[in-house]
Design a protein around this ligand. Structure first.
Ligand SMILES: Nc1ncnc2c1ncn2[C@@H]1O[C@H](COP(=O)(O)OP(=O)(O)OP(=O)(O)O)[C@@H](O)[C@H]1O
Ligand SMILES: O=P(O)(O)OC[C@H]1O[C@](O)(CO)[C@@H](O)[C@@H]1O
Length: 329
């Protein structure tokens, strides 16, 4: 087979490790790999990775020394043109023109929506890998990049805690997650924050103020709250104002972590996940699988139909929400 590999949507630490695994699995099995630059945009523009010999092909050596690097050597993009019929048909024409038989898209739910549409118009095979810091895809316990993004958030909390404790302040740390609270909840739990505001549950501002007063009475000197950017009450800056208006007894500051969470060297967990899934995706293609995403559930590699990965909102584990409550008294 000639297998096309690309990264799409927001980049995520570990995408490089996934590309490496897909390439090395494919070349070890005698398949050819075409690296497609900039996701669906590169497919439309015929923008392919060129190796050191000047050929539009990825070899085992093309992916040397990248397992530890954040970002993606294939680069990524959000591609409005692929949302149109014309754009999609151009991509299909290019797949045929370049003799590509199969694809490994690495991305999030938008990427898989696109892939599900693509296979309605193209007879090649598609096995995707979940690459997004949001961890918002069903069919896998964790997505590639999530572990690193949580680690970045926790490092920020550790630093904020020092100054929060010195000044007896409340810090609101805003993390990414327009529709999903996984990053906020895990960052809060692992960082020892007192509360998290997530899109999945109502944020009760008077309730938070009462809880913080209670903590202050028991001697608590500093507070950290982690806020998902998509919380229904607003991000950290808006929430700061709302807490002030609700007469919160702590002096409050807001910090927005933003795209810092998308960068950095992937954690060993992300490298492991990416390596297993990139390899499993190619092995699955070789066995004839298509229209599915490779994921890891309970430490086992599994395939899930693409449509099932984004059909429903991936629920936050309620036991972790309860755990955070118990940890903050
Ligand atoms: N419904 C759709 N039909 C066709 N293509 C789509 C669709 N939704 C998204 N895409 C394509 O997939 C690309 C990536 O999607 P998106 O920008 O939503 O990122 P993502 O894969 O969800 O990653 P992240 O979780 O990091 O945001 C889009 O830019 C678009 O080209
Ligand atoms: O980089 P962009 O296009 O601003 O997108 C930001 C979004 O991408 C993500 O980082 C990944 O989906 C989200 O958490 C965030 O809301």
């Amino acid at each position: 087979m000639r297998i096309g590999v690309f990264c799409s949507g927001g980049d995520a630490p570990g995408m490089n490790a996934c590309v490496r695994a897909a390439v090395r699995c494919a070349t070890s099995m005698g398949h050819e790999v075409v690296g497609i630059n900039r996701g669906y945009q590169g497919l439309i523009d015929e923008n392919f990775y060129v190796n050191s010999a000047g050929e539009p092909r990825m070899t085992a050596r093309s992916v040397s020394n990248i397992v530890q690097r954040g970002g993606t050597i294939l680069r990524s993009a959000r591609c409005p043109a692929f949302l149109t019929e014309d754009g999609m048909l151009k991509a299909v024409r290019n797949l045929k023109k370049h003799g590509i038989d199969a694809l490994v898209p690495i991305g999030g739910n938008g990427t898989f929506r696109g892939a599900a549409e693509l296979i309605k118009r193209w007879e090649g095979r598609v096995v995707g890998c979940p690459g997004t810091i949001d961890n918002d895809l069903l069919g896998t316990d964790y997505t590639i990049g999530f572990s690193t993004a949580v680690a970045t958030g926790v490092e920020a909390i550790d630093k904020l805690r020092d100054t929060a404790e010195s000044h007896q302040r409340l810090f609101l740390l805003e993390v990414m997650g327009r529709h999903s609270g996984f990053l906020a909840l895990y960052t809060a739990l692992a960082g020892g924050a007192e509360f998290a505001c997530v899109p999945e549950t109502p944020t009760d501002i008077p309730g938070i103020v009462r809880h913080l007063e209670q903590l202050q009475k028991t001697g608590k000197k500093s507070i950290i709250g982690v806020v998902a950017e998509g919380d229904e009450e607003g991000g950290a800056t808006i929430l700061q104002k709302k807490l002030d208006d609700a007469k919160c007894t702590f002096s409050t500051r807001a910090t927005i972590l933003g795209h810092i969470q998308r960068g950095g060297s992937p954690t060993p967990d992300d490298r492991m996940l990416a390596t297993r899934l990139g390899d499993f995706a190619v092995k699955s293609l070789d066995l004839g699988a298509t229209g599915v995403m490779a994921g890891e559930i309970n430490s086992r590699c599994v395939l899930t139909p693409l449509a099932d990965t984004f059909a429903q909102h991936k629920p936050l584990p309620s036991e972790l929400i309860d755990l955070l409550d118990r940890m903050s008294n």
